[in-house]
Write a protein that binds this ligand. Structure first.
Ligand SMILES: Nc1ncnc2c1ncn2[C@@H]1O[C@H](COP(=O)(O)OP(=O)(O)OP(=O)(O)O)[C@@H](O)[C@H]1O
Ligand SMILES: [Mg+2]
Length: 582
């Protein structure tokens, strides 16, 4: 999420408008909310207004009010008020939930098409946190507080009108207090905004430590690193507590400050009212109604002063969610499409440097693979093999030079179409917590017949037959039900199932024992038939038959040729073969 303009550059009004664009639906709920808020606000001064005639006439010897009218009036008043508030709450929930569902959909869609740099910048937990918690928190906090603002402002206006009607001199005193409260609130909400942003980052860090500890629980236990992890957690946890406390200290200052101003206003009002009553300007009922109305204003004033920090918190959370929708770069592809590529791959003067790296991962790579050719990449760890293979599905972009498929530069290819031309078995196989069938078909129509054929070819059919529900067995988190080698064969089955014109195998058989390896080798040979294949491997068995073997070292092609030619040449390849056989 790269902020094009940081929140501080936007005015509060711009920020509110931006956020509320996402919460403008459904219209009928907004109308319901508006009606309920209006009715609710109008009802408030009715209570003190009821007191005035009651006190002035009801407690007088010449009572003219029928007694039955009192319960009817009081009960109806409260019922109407409660009904308005009930309907208002439902309307608010409708708005919040409808908008949230759509916002979550948009966030997830944005993550799905985001430029891959997003995943280098933000850990999984931070993204999950934004989609799952922050959007909800932000939306609920914001909508509730904005309703409070509108409702309480209207209530205040209604009260102010009533007070003016009763006694304008007294009302002037009350009105004078407002600007003071506003100034205090403004200063405080600025500070709360900064603290809230910092707290959210701390929450992300905390979640990240937990995520890592869970993922690496075995590494942590074997290294006896529990203490170390706990210390890491403690540091972040302490930071979070400090920020939360600061935020609470600042936020809680609002109420006492407003109460102080309210008490000044109250004492002034009472003093002036007593002076006025001595001059016979005000009846007892009128005074009680005035003071009751004034005291009833404290609750909405308090809500309004508290609400600024809630709005701030909600806004920070909602903005993060919206940034995920609006400020995430989308992967850019071209328009070129073809049903099935021939599988001709060419790299010209390709140089790759990772962001932040000081050295190039690949330099001046020239490589041409004819359709249906089988090439192998060998080289020491870190020599750039995975980087080279990652260029093809555009997981990595070249910093210089060009890569093309079927003679068309990769950026001109429509991205989904480009990626449908490759089947990839990566170095780190990741499986979904879903059925075997869905893991194999992933993204394509699930056809059990075809899946069995792929499993047979990957030499995994027997194991799947032995599973409790066969193809429909759920494989657990990252296929924990299977062994490392079985997981690899499942990935190979997925690649075979995809039936793409170019096959990329990055250490696809590294976790297999020699027996299984030779079986899988045989099936891979079948899978390779008629396709361009790029295999990265350490095993001689995998690479020996390659049409051309490229030996990489420090991001350069050191040698290339078939096995026999390279053996005759000696040099890096021979060293590599000696190493792999020792
Ligand atoms: N995301 C990244 N950011 C920065 N540098 C990277 C990144 N990925 C790889 N590198 C660096 O680029 C170089 C080539 O890495 P690459 O993964 O291509 O090596 P490899 O030949 O596949 O090694 P291995 O046999 O260990 O898998 C290495 O020096 C590595 O540290
Ligand atoms: Mg690698």
């Amino acid at each position: 999420m790269n902020d094009n303009s940081t929140p501080s550059e936007r005015t509060l009004r711009q920020r509110l408008l931006r956020v509320f664009a996402y919460f403008s639906q459904p219209l009928f709920a907004w109308i319901g909310l508006a009606v309920s808020v209006l009715v609710g606000a109008a009802m408030e001064p009715a209570i003190p207004a009821l007191l005035k005639p009651l006190l002035d006439q009801g407690f007088n010897s010449t009572n003219t009010i029928p007694i039955w009218l009192i319960p009817v009036a009081v009960v109806s008043l409260f019922m109407l008020r409660s009904l308005a508030s009930y309907l208002g709450d439902i309307a608010l929930a409708k708005i919040a939930q409808t908008s949230l569902q759509s916002l979550r959909t948009q966030m997830f869609a944005s993550i799905s098409v985001a430029d891959l740099r997003l995943f280098r910048k933000h850990p999984a937990t931070a993204l999950a946190n934004t989609v799952v918690y922050e959007a909800t928190n932000g939306a609920v906090l914001l909508l509730q507080s904005v309703t409070t603002v509108v409702k309480d402002s209207l209530t205040l206006v209604a009260f102010a009108g009533y007070l003016l009607y009763l006694n304008w001199q007294l009302s002037t005193i009350v009105v004078l207090v407002f600007p003071l409260v506003a100034i205090v609130m403004r200063a405080i909400s600025k500070r709360v905004y900064a603290l809230t942003k910092a707290s959210q980052q701390a929450v992300d860090q905390l979640a990240y430590v937990v995520e890592e500890s869970v993922l690496a629980h075995k590494e942590i236990r074997i290294q006896n690193a529990e203490q170390h992890q706990q210390e890491r957690f403690h540091v972040v946890n302490t930071g979070l507590r400090r920020l939360a406390m600061k935020s609470a200290i600042v936020g809680s200052a609002v109420a006492p400050v407003t109460n102080f101003f309210a008490s000044i206003a109250l004492s002034a009002v009472i003093s002036v009212a007593i002076m006025q009553s001595q001059a016979n300007h005000m009846s007892a009922g009128g005074f009680v109604a005035f003071v009751t109305a004034m005291l009833m204003m404290i609750a909405p004033i308090k809500h309004l002063s508290d609400v600024s920090s809630t709005i701030t918190r909600g806004m920070v959370a909602a903005e993060r969610a919206i940034d995920l929708v609006e400020n995430v770069d989308v992967e850019q592809g071209g328009n070129f499409q073809v049903a099935r590529a021939r599988g001709e791959v060419a790299l010209q003067q390709v140089r790759v440097r990772y962001p932040g790296a000081t050295e190039d991962a690949l330099h001046q790579i020239d490589l041409h693979i004819a359709p249906g050719q089988f090439i192998a990449l060998v080289g020491l760890s870190g020599s750039g093999k995975t980087t080279l293979a990652s260029l093809l599905p555009r997981f990595v972009e070249c910093s210089e030079g060009s890569v093309s498929l079927d003679g068309v530069p990769l950026p001109e290819w429509d991205l989904p179409c480009l990626r449908s031309q490759f089947a990839l078995v990566g170095q780190n196989v990741i499986m979904f917590n879903d059925t075997v069938l869905n893991n194999i078909a992933l993204g394509h129509t699930a056809d059990p017949e075809k899946a069995w054929r792929a499993l047979e070819a990957a030499n995994l059919a027997q194991r799947v037959r032995d599973l409790p529900q066969g193809l429909d067995t759920i494989v657990g988190h990252n296929a924990s039900l299977l062994s490392g080698g079985e997981r690899q064969r499942l990935a190979i089955a997925r690649a075979i199932y995809k039936d793409a014109p170019v096959l990329i195998l990055d250490e696809a058989t590294s976790a297999l024992d020699t027996d299984t390896d030779s079986l899988v080798q045989a099936s891979l040979r079948n899978a390779m038939a008629g396709r361009t294949t790029i295999a990265i491997a350490h095993r001689l068995t995998t690479i020996r038959d390659a049409d051309c073997i490229y030996v990489l070292g420090h991001g350069r092609i050191l040698q290339h040729g078939n096995h026999d030619a390279l053996m005759a040449q000696g040099g890096a390849y021979l060293d590599f073969i000696r190493l792999s056989q020792s």
